[in-house]
Design a protein around this ligand. Sequence first.
Ligand code: AMP
Length: 223
Amino acid sequence: MAQRNFILLGPPGAGKGTQAAALVKRFGVAHISTGDMLREAVEKGTELGRQGQEYMNAGKLVPDDLVINIVRQRVQESDCEAGFLLDGFPRTLAQAEALSAMVDELGLAQPRVVNIVVDDEEILRRLSGRRMCRECNAIYHVAQHNLDVGDTCPACGGKIYQRPDDQKEAIAERLRVYHQQTDPLVPYYTDRGQLVAVPGEGPIDEVRDAMLDRLAAGPDEGA
Ligand code: AMP
């Protein structure tokens, strides 16, 4: 079977992690979240975690070389044979260009790119109320689940916490960085015929169906 690769683009809190699960299920690809990999490295106290931690807590991007290297190694692991889904990478033009070159060099398929579009006001609302389980990474919202930091995860019994970068100041910084560094990826991938845009503010199932429909229909028109 031909390899199929995907990139999920969209601001923090757009629902990339949630929609990633649908693509993984449909296409049997490996889910690669650079944010999860970096948080795990911080948790384990590895050299990578040590290098990334300060940037992450401040809502800033870790240096391109660091993430490009993680991704280069990760896409060559055996679970990526059917394909991979990148969630949270690339986030800069330099990362996108490195990825395109890397994919060609390794003889892999150029990814289809799904851009999940959500406006800043909605992102602020989602992220400031977001809480996570330290054990299973389940995501909750204070307004929907009636739980907060220190409570117990209904799914696995782990402790609920708030990511340091989900505090108000860090969210504003992440959005600023997103618009400055990651917005340029939309014209980059549109011009290359790799991108489809999907409105991301509706219910999860609607966003998922729109995403799968758009992928079946082919790329958006180039500029
Ligand atoms: P995320 O969970 O995707 O929001 O990522 C959390 C944090 O990890 C980001 O705010 C960055 O500090 C760092 N990070 C994750 N992916 C990247 C990337 N592709 N480039 C630079 N930094 C990243």
